[in-house]
Design a protein around this ligand. Structure first.
Ligand SMILES: CSC[C@H]1O[C@H](OP(=O)(O)O)[C@H](O)[C@@H]1O
Ligand SMILES: Nc1ncnc2[nH]cnc12
Length: 288
């Protein structure tokens, strides 16, 4: 049974979803271990949603410690078809001001300590990732910002760094020279795994700071991020609600069939244990 069609992942400063009704918690375990926290299931604007606090309630998990595979696998267990992620980001461009929202459509990977695939253990595959974000969910999120009067920009490149330290100034200048828009530590692995799980994914990136490149602004600190996040929280909740209302029920994007031409391994060469472990993700393509 589908327990929720829409998943919401709350990032730094967003550990619950205001306005949820009929709330109950569900603790899930997966072949990839436990998710960041229990899921909070409920109804938002008449639709069933599943909320997960990315770093756990109480903010217990570093970006490098996040159980990305368990989180996305658990979303799949719940029947989630679309994930809307909320994240704090630093701005790499003057035009993206603290409290503005950006809906990224590209990523640059600067992580090195994470596993970001469901493939392996005898099953090999490669999904297309040229467009790493679902166009439908990104448009819905962007329109929701406009409808709620939140300054936002649709499109932009998110640099995903390992952390937990913030960037050096040389790195920040480098990312600016690449034309990147925002920087954070969490979204790329979620986007990759959601694509492999054929779940649509997009992020509302909430600008909290100018990292450390801007001469007229102090270098980023957690205090500064938390202060801006408090200002952003009400806007984040408004945008999520508007996005949930507007999310179409049918999927017409390519995300739903991302695995169709991705698997290389001959079905009879896949170890039985891997086939069993991964049937929720790959099962419909392993029938022969
Ligand atoms: C709170 S400072 C850095 C921290 O904030 C962002 O988290 P999230 O993406 O979960 O909102 C950033 O990625 C870092 O993990
Ligand atoms: N400047 C920054 N760098 C990395 N992650 C962030 N999250 C919020 N601000 C950030």
């Amino acid at each position: 049974m589908q327990e929720a069609a829409i998943g919401i992942i709350g990032g730094s400063g967003l550990y619950s979803m205001p306005g949820l009704t009929d709330v109950h918690e569900k603790k899930l375990t997966t072949p990839f271990g436990d998710p960041s926290d229990s899921f909070v299931l409920g109804t938002l604007e008449g639709k069933k949603v599943a909320f997960l606090a990315r770093h756990g309630r109480g903010h217990r998990l570093l970006p490098s410690e996040l159980p990305f595979r368990a989180n996305i696998y658990a979303m799949k267990m719940l029947g989630v078809e679309r994930i809307l992620s909320l994240s704090a980001v630093g701005s790499l461009k003057e035009e993206h001001k603290p409290t503005d929202f950006v809906i990224p459509d590209q990523f640059i990977d600067r992580t090195f300590l994470r596993t970001a695939t469901f493939f392996g253990d005898g099953i090999v595959g490669h999904v297309a990732f040229g467009d790493p974000v679902c166009g439908t969910v990104a448009s819905v999120a962007s329109d929701a910002c406009s409808a709620r009067g939140v300054p936002s920009k649709k499109g932009g490149t998110y640099v995903c760094m390992e952390g937990p330290q913030f960037s050096t100034r040389a790195e920040s200048f480098l990312y600016r020279s690449w034309g990147a828009d925002v920087i954070g530590m969490t979204n790329l692995q979620e986007a990759k795994l959601a694509r492999e799980a054929e779940i649509c994914y997009a992020t509302v990136a909430m600008v909290t700071d100018y990292d450390c490149w801007h001469e007229a602004h102090d270098d980023v600190t957690v205090d500064q991020i938390v202060a801006v996040l408090h200002q952003n929280a009400a806007n984040a909740a408004k945008v999520v609600r508007a996005a949930v209302v507007a999310m179409p029920s049918e999927r017409t994007c390519p995300c739903a069939s991302a695995l169709q031409h991705a698997i290389l391994t001959q079905p009879d060469a896949i170890p039985a244990a891997t086939r069993e472990k991964m049937k929720l993700i790959f099962g419909k393509y392993l029938n022969s």
